[in-house]
Design a protein around this ligand. Structure first.
Ligand code: HEM
Length: 209
């Protein structure tokens, strides 16, 4: 069971990213929340572009276009008053993992798809903290009522795509994704412009074959 292994081996990293998101501080007011969403945009946009370009993910039934969170982040940022030019100009993470194999890419996707599960809890918190009801919550609402179905179909595709011998690659890239996320979104996040980011976390090299 690839997914069970991914969960067990990354639980400690999940706890770290929960801390890095620092939800209470980031939902103090609409400006703080927009800052968080902008940071997420800077992570998801280049990562989704990179994974969409990977031919190693073709034919697995993942339906990556339907899984893109970038449009949801753009919608939320627009609702919070950020124009398209401003969003386009946001700094983007330049130390993302670079998977070269199907298993490695599945490790990355595990982190991004799994985040939609916790997102359901985060959505309720943001809704209450900022009094939002619908607009502004697209990213954390994610697939909405389809969240369980989308997760189940990801699990099924991932189990079929990763041979037991490639588990190490999947684990390494899941860990590298969590680490890159933590470094990008955490309290010590590199300031814009991204001076010195290339010398940052281990994610750029982490687990790369
Ligand atoms: C404040 C922030 C977060 C909270 C409160 C949270 C909470 C949760 C909860 C409750 C689950 C289990 C949901 C379920 O089984 O239905 C979960 C799953 C998961 N979350 Fe988070 N999460 C947060 C942030 C994140 C972030 C930022 C990432 C990725 C960068 C992430 C990645 C995952 C993954 C991969 C799983 C699936 C674990 C598995 O079952 O294999 N989470 N989260």
């Amino acid at each position: 069971m690839i997914l069970a292994e991914l969960k067990t081996h990354t639980e400690h990293l999940h706890r770290r990213v929960e801390g890095a998101v620092d939800l209470l501080r980031r939902t103090r007011d609409a400006e703080s929340y927009a800052g968080l969403l902008g940071r997420l945009y800077g992570f998801y946009r280049p990562f989704e572009d990179r994974l969409a370009a990977m031919r190693a993910l073709d034919g697995l039934g993942l339906d990556l276009p339907a899984r893109r969170k970038t449009p949801m982040l753009m919608a939320d940022l627009a609702f919070l008053g950020r124009g398209p030019d401003e969003v386009e100009a946001l700094p983007r993470c330049d130390f993302l993992p670079r998977p070269a194999t199907t298993a490695g890419a599945i490790g990355c996707l595990y982190v991004m798809e799994g985040a939609t599960l916790g997102g359901q809890f985060v959505r309720k918190h943001v809704q209450k903290a900022l009094g939002l009801s619908g607009p502004g919550l697209a990213f954390y609402a994610s697939y909405g009522a389809d969240t369980g179905r989308m997760w189940a179909s990801f699990r099924e595709a991932a189990e079929a795509a990763v041979a037991p011998g490639d588990l190490g690659d999947a684990l390494a890239f899941a860990a590298a994704t969590f680490e890159a996320f933590e470094a990008w979104v955490g309290p010590g996040e590199p300031a814009a412009p991204m001076a010195g980011a290339a010398a940052g976390p281990s994610a750029e090299t982490g687990g790369r074959s």
